[in-house]
Every structure is written in structure tokens, then in C-alpha cells.
Design a protein around this ligand. Sequence first.
Ligand SMILES: Cc1ncc(COP(=O)(O)O)c(C=O)c1O
Length: 391
Amino acid sequence: MKTIIPDFDRPVHRQSTDAVKYDARASMFGSDTVQPLWVADMDLPVPLFLQDALVKRIQHPCYGYTMQSKVLKEAVQWWMGEEHECRINAEEILFSPSVVTTMCNGISACTGKGEGVALFSPVYERFYSSILNQKRKLINIPLLLDKGRYTINFAAFEQACRVGKIKMVLFCNPQNPSGRVWSAEELSELVRICRKYEIFLLADEIHSDIIYPPNNHTSMLAIDGAEKWTILAHSIGKTFNCSGLQPSFVLIPDHRLRRRFYKVTDKTHTGDISIPAKTAIQTLFSKEGQQYKKALIHYLAGNRDFLSERIARMRQLSMMLPESTFLAWLDFRETGLAHDAIRRKLVDAAGLGLSDGLAYGPAGEGWFRLNFAVARTELEKAVKKLEMTFG
Ligand SMILES: Cc1ncc(COP(=O)(O)O)c(C=O)c1O
């Protein structure tokens, strides 16, 4: 067990490793000393058995073109079956450098210029740029805030579909920035509407492996009737802190949709996988990977609960309890300050670099996102800074 689970309590020093989270602070916050709790990667170490596997492969002196082997596909099939009750055939699996690449390619495969692509906001900022950069029409269906929890406005969504505006939906399952885990009933309703109006679905399930009990993730592909319309994007990037390896994969059960998607990746040469990404997927989608994931969720749940308890004691702040992800969506609206003033106070007075809520859409006004995938002592420091500044 010792070789599988690293010491999450020991802070990892990432400064000067070209880590965006640390080394882009000056351009992001105007200060290179803020405690960085923004970009969604972890300051927690990967398992040693992954490092060993990567070193072993790198010791072979040829790094030429590599195949999407049977072993690689079997690893994905095994993980998706074990962890997500999602049975897929080998030919339904494709590879991609990143989920955002898949999102862009999916939009290109399913829609034409000027056609409507919907999202439910607030949501991860690249949902917006993927649509707008390709000159599609962005249809924003705001989530409803109901007793501190987001829900989908199905009436508004169906109305937009009825008037024929929507050709495709980008759906974050589970949700970033709130960490909301969608129920099977909610997903079924979404799929029902998509099927009725013949709308393609891009299910971004990058956060689906980090789920806090008693919540359960339902994969879009586990919903009856979703196969014909769905492109599912996943990755080991978040769960195993490997985003820099560009280790993403795509599941498309429907052969016609897969062909459409494949045509785009073939044109853009974005359907290959690198040797380190392949090695990492094969190594991590294993029993050892499952044990690491279990221990990681346990550690993150402790961080989440610690943060939530301390925020609950503060007069001016509140937090949406994430059901998944290592991201906490913090509500600063009770401070009575304008959004810009909160941002300045976070940087100048608290010395904290959080993700700006407005990046997730207009509903993020007065909100900031805190990444709590750090050693507990680092989180304690951050909480003290919040208490001193906003307590
Ligand atoms: C919901 C969501 N999708 C996609 C990404 C980016 O994934 P990738 O690096 O694989 O493009 C992120 C990163 O924060 C994310 O939160």
C-alpha cells in the first residue's frame, strides 16, 4: 500500500517547474506571491508506480510513432466498466490530447458555422471559447439556483430546442465550477429532449472519477437512448494529476457519429496519443489506480469538509458543497462589494489567487472558485487568509 499511496500531507513544491498554476501568477494576478488556488490541477503527487512506469518506458531509447494498442484500449474498457458501469467496444474508443480538443472537434463534426450550440451556465470557460472561436451561435441556458444547489431549467432548454435554435449541447457531467453531480433522472430528461429534437450531446466527464459519497456519478452513456447522439470526453488529467501529459480519450458508440468525428480529427491530426500519455493510461487504469483514487478521494473529502466547516463560520462567505471535483464555488455576494473589489481584496489583502467567477459566465458575478487539492497545511493557511480578510 505504501508504494501506491503517496504522502498527500507533504507539500509539493511546483514553483519554477513551468507549472501554469505557479509560474503564470504574475500575468494572471499581477503578483507572483499569491497562494495559487486556481487552475484545476492538484498540488498532490501522482503515485510512485506511475513515475516508475514512465521512467521505465523513457529508458527505452526510441520515442517514435506509437500505436493505439489493444492493451491501451482494454485498459480504458476495464476502467469504464469497473468505475462507470459503461460497457464499450474497442472500436468505439478514440484518443485525444485533451478534452477541450475533443470539444472543438465535436463542435466541428456536428455543427456548421452559425448553428446553435448550447451550454448550461455557469460553466468551465472553455465551453464558451470552443463555441465562439468556431463561429457557432452560443445559446446560454442559465442553471437555476435552488436552495444553494444548481438545477437545470429544462423548460427553457426545451423551449430553445422547440424554436429550432440548437444543434448541439455541451454538458459538464459532473459540473465545474459547482461540483454538482447530476442524477440519472436529470440526465434522462436531458437525453429525452435531445432525442426529440435530434440534438448532439458532448458529455464532458473529465471530473467523473472524483465523486464524494454518498453521491454517484451516472455516465451519459449509461442513459437509455443516449448512444446515438453522444460524444463522451474523458481523461486521466484530473483524477491522476496528469493534464500536462495530454492524456485524453473519447467514446462514441454510434458508428455514423464516430465517422463524422473521425473525419475532423483526421483532418486536424488530433487523434493520436503520445507515448507518456499511453503509458500513464495503461498504468493507472488498474487495481493500483483504483486504490490510489480511493485514497485521493478520502483525502480530498477531508479537505472539502474542513473548508466547508470553516467557511460556514464566516459571516460574509458561503460555499456550495461540491459533490464531486476538488473545486469549491465560493459566494462572496454577502460582502456587499463589487466583483472587482472582491478580486482586488483577494489578491492584495488576502494574498490568494482564486479563479474568477466571471470566467464561468455572468452568473459567476460575486463568486470565486477555490481549488482545494493541496496539502492540508496549505489549505489551513488559505482559510486563515480568508478569515482575516472576509471573516
Ligand atoms: C470541465 C472541464 N473540462 C475540460 C477541462 C480541460 O481538460 P483538458 O486539459 O483535457 O482539455 C477542464 C479543466 O479544468 C474542466 O474543468
